[in-house]
Design a protein around this ligand. Structure first.
Ligand code: GTP
Ligand code: MG
Length: 223
């Protein structure tokens, strides 16, 4: 990811990956965010899908545009081995479960575990999402995952958390807005550190920082 300065409009770009069991609504969440649409009969994703969309962060003296490059992975078990390719260089991960499917939370937790073990980036933003709240509005008994249980798990593991509906759109935009703000804050701190390193270098001290691998290679990952 990189920064472009253009007439005092700042643009930041980040990679975001969606993970979670098949049919929890990952593609539906992305489509609500990117196209503001919903499909009752969406087909299960094959391999992965790539989409992009921006959010705007209001700063005191300028707007900051955050562009997300989104990898929507396939939740079916046979595609599981592809996932590391998509989460490896990610800045953020949306880990999705369905509040009407108990085992989908367990699956989400195993993805969180894998991310924490395999992604070597202390700044990775992980957001746990409980989808399909619309189903429980008239049918409270359809809920099988208690909100407070998921919330507590998220808190204990340093995750962001909310319940949403891709169908009604409730809470969808807010997920990406929150992640954008969080990543912007992280980037600002990194820039401050880099600037102080440059000042130290002028005084003869150098902190070695290894660059992250390029995230611009879109040709190597989706066959
Ligand atoms: P894979 O691609 O197989 O990993 O599944 P997915 O997680 O991308 O799920 P997808 O978005 O394809 O949604 C699965 C089914 O759930 C579809 O029939 C959607 O219409 C439905 N669905 C998704 N989100 C919601 C929601 O918020 N509410 C309701 N009622 N149905 C939803
Ligand atoms: Mg899908």
């Amino acid at each position: 990811s990189y920064i472009i300065y253009y007439n005092r409009i700042q643009m930041l770009q980040f990679k975001l990956v969606l993970l979670g069991d098949s049919s929890v609504g990952k593609s539906s969440i992305v489509n609500r965010f990117v196209k503001d649409s919903f499909d009752e009969f969406r087909e299960s994703t094959i391999g992965a899908a790539f989409l992009s969309q921006t959010v705007t962060i209001k700063e005191d003296n300028q707007d900051v545009t955050v562009k997300f490059e989104i990898w929507d992975t396939a939740g079916q078990e046979r595609y599981k081995s592809l996932a590391p390719m998509y989460y490896r260089n990610s800045n953020a991960a949306l880990v999705v479960y369905d509040i009407t499917q108990a085992d989908s939370l367990e699956k989400a937790q195993s993805w969180v575990h894998e991310l924490k073990n395999k992604v070597d980036d202390d700044n990775l933003v992980i957001y746990l999402v409980g989808n399909k709240v619309d189903l429980t509005i008239d049918n409270a008994e359809k809920r099988v995952v208690d909100k407070t249980v998921a919330e507590k798990y998220a808190e204990e593991n340093g995750l962001l958390f909310s319940e949403v509906s891709a169908k009604t759109g409730e809470g969808i935009q807010q997920i990406f807005q929150t992640i954008g703000e969080k990543l912007y804050e992280i980037r600002r701190k990194e820039d401050a550190t880099n600037n102080s390193n440059m000042a130290n270098r002028a005084r003869g001290q150098v902190d070695i920082q290894l660059p992250r691998p390029s995230t611009n290679d879109s040709t190597s990952c989706c066959s």
